[in-house]
Design a protein around this ligand. Structure first.
Ligand SMILES: Cc1cc2nc3c(=O)[nH]c(=O)nc-3n(C[C@H](O)[C@H](O)[C@H](O)COP(=O)(O)OP(=O)(O)OC[C@H]3O[C@@H](n4cnc5c(N)ncnc54)[C@H](O)[C@@H]3O)c2cc1C
Length: 238
């Protein structure tokens, strides 16, 4: 585990990720450190982001979506859900933010070399899994089957569509569930735990990394336990 640090970071990029006609906004926010280098981190760890010298809006936690192998920046996927996240979704390039971290356990896969890996997340929960996946891509031979189970509300809410397609070339399978589907959607419709159930995942030589809202994490944990996963093969990042 790294020691937590406090940084002043500059907004390098702020790019909308959700479709232009989606009523919800998720952005990719890229922050660069000012006159310092960033601490490395375990994929899956998160930081606390706040406005320098201000308590309002209160600082909040955001998972690092980028890879520790690019120490020049931290990237985040942020949904406009309240005062802080709304500020961050609309913040200008060049603005200065205060960042504490990295913190949390992350998803430490070093114990699971040779095993299958299931990365399961909904909405912006895909951020810490994105970091894990970038790491797996660089060390693909260390793992067996790798599947990303991503869940979004509608097709317009999907994140990273092109990048998820791209990961097929690294033999990473992708299952995208839409909570609200349509007749042309050829993936699963419903909650992501239903996709785990219908694929009858085998937990004997596998590890599952879960990220997202607590109701989703609880439901997926129960599903995985019912499928025979031991609790020590169901990982949370915090
Ligand atoms: C360990 C950890 C990691 C997190 N990582 C991320 C991340 O990578 N990206 C991100 O956008 N958020 C993330 N969050 C949530 C984030 O910390 C804030 O709670 C969120 O941005 C809303 O804060 P706010 O101050 O803008 O609004 P608040 O007034 O605190 O919240 C407004 C409402 O939005 C709900 N809400 C919060 N987050 C979400 C969400 N992502 N989707 C749907 N509803 C939500 C809250 O329950 C609340 O009802 C994470 C939280 C934790 C604990």
């Amino acid at each position: 585990m790294q020691h937590s640090s406090t940084y002043r970071m500059r907004v390098k990029e702020n790019i909308r990720m959700t479709a232009p006609d989606c009523r919800d906004t998720v952005v990719k926010l890229t922050l660069e450190p000012i006159n310092t280098t960033l601490a490395s981190f375990i994929p899956g760890q998160f930081v606390m982001i706040g406005l320098p010298g201000l308590d309002d809006p209160a600082p909040g936690y955001f998972a690092i979506a980028s890879t520790p192998e690019n120490p020049q920046v931290y990237e985040f996927f942020i949904k406009d859900a309240g005062p802080l996240s709304s500020y961050l979704c609309h913040v200008d390039v060049g603005a200065i933010l205060e960042v504490d971290g990295p913190m949390g356990k992350g998803f430490d896969l070093t114990r699971f070399k040779g095993d299958d890996v299931y990365l399961i997340g909904v909405g912006t929960g895909i951020a810490p899994l994105h970091s894990v996946c970038l790491n797996i891509v660089r060390h693909r031979e260390d793992y067996g089957r790798v599947i990303i189970y991503a869940g979004f509300l509608t097709e317009l809410h999907q994140l990273l569509t092109d990048e998820l397609d791209e990961w097929a070339k690294y033999d990473i399978e992708v299952s995208v569930s839409l909570e609200i589907g349509h007749e042309d959607w050829d993936g699963p419709i419903g909650y992501v735990q239903h996709a785990l159930e219908s694929d009858k995942l085998d937990g004997a030589h596998a590890v599952a990394c879960l990220a997202g809202m607590s109701s989703m994490v609880d439901a997926c944990t129960k599903t995985l336990q019912n499928l025979g996963f031991n609790d020590n093969r169901i990982l949370l990042n915090h």
